[in-house]
Design a protein around this ligand. Structure first.
Ligand code: GRF
Length: 210
């Protein structure tokens, strides 16, 4: 069972049209959910570029299947976080993206990227923030014995997994849950709230610019 808030997504006709850049490190299921929401017309946006830091990750395979341009910017080739983030800024700026979506981007971003994309970066996290910030959030929530957990989509600020919360969804933990049984239920609701959060971030941007 999952509870989503806000329960009413912004109708497409009231959304700002957005160009999106997506960052992913892993399987890319959230990336695919965003592309699917765009193509269904639920999210008035286009994913113009996917960047991955792991050349062989699942997200690259999905990008090939979906026909989304994919670029590898491998963090192992950079001397610092700032140098990696400079490369990201140099990649995304000419593409004129409105928002960057961190869809399982397993790198801590530097203040440089935060400043360049202030209010224009969205992250998805597999816990009900501000609880269980950081890595292994699903395992840590289970170990803490919570009976309700979930996921959060939020704006990215310089504090890891901090920043204004855009959407959250709650997932009930079953007594016999393991990380392997709970994770797919959390991922399923991530796929629902991330497109809504992107639409909301776009709307906040438009209001700020008005
Ligand atoms: C998601 O659980 C997300 O919350 C976390 O990384 C995972 C990425 O999964 N930040 P996927 O690559 O989108 O399948």
């Amino acid at each position: 069972m999952a509870l989503i808030a806000p329960s009413v997504p912004i109708p497409a006709e009231h959304q700002t049209s957005l160009r999106l850049g997506v960052l992913a490190s892993g399987s890319g299921s959230n990336f695919e959910a965003v592309v699917a929401a765009c193509r269904r017309g639920d999210l008035r946006a286009e994913v113009v570029s996917l960047v991955v830091n792991n050349p062989d990750c699942g997200a690259t395979v999905r990008a090939g299947r979906l026909g989304v341009p994919c670029t590898v910017i491998n963090h192992r080739h950079f001397v610092s976080r700032e140098a990696l983030d400079e490369a990201l800024i140099a990649h995304f700026t000419p593409l004129a993206v409105d928002l960057l979506v961190m869809a399982g981007w397993m790198r801590i971003v530097s203040p440089l990227l935060c400043r360049s994309f202030r209010d224009r970066m969205v992250n998805i996290h597999p816990a009900l923030l501000p609880a269980f910030r950081g890595t292994r959030a699903i395992e840590r929530a289970l170990a803490a014995g919570v009976t309700i957990t979930g996921c959060t989509a939020h704006l990215v600020e310089e504090v890891v997994d901090g920043g204004r919360i855009l959407c959250q969804a709650a997932v009930v933990v079953q007594p016999d849950d393991t990380p392997a049984s709970l994770a797919p239920r959390i991922h399923a609701v991530e796929h629902r709230i991330l497109p809504s959060a992107i639409a909301l971030a776009g709307q906040l941007l438009t209001r700020a610019e008005a």
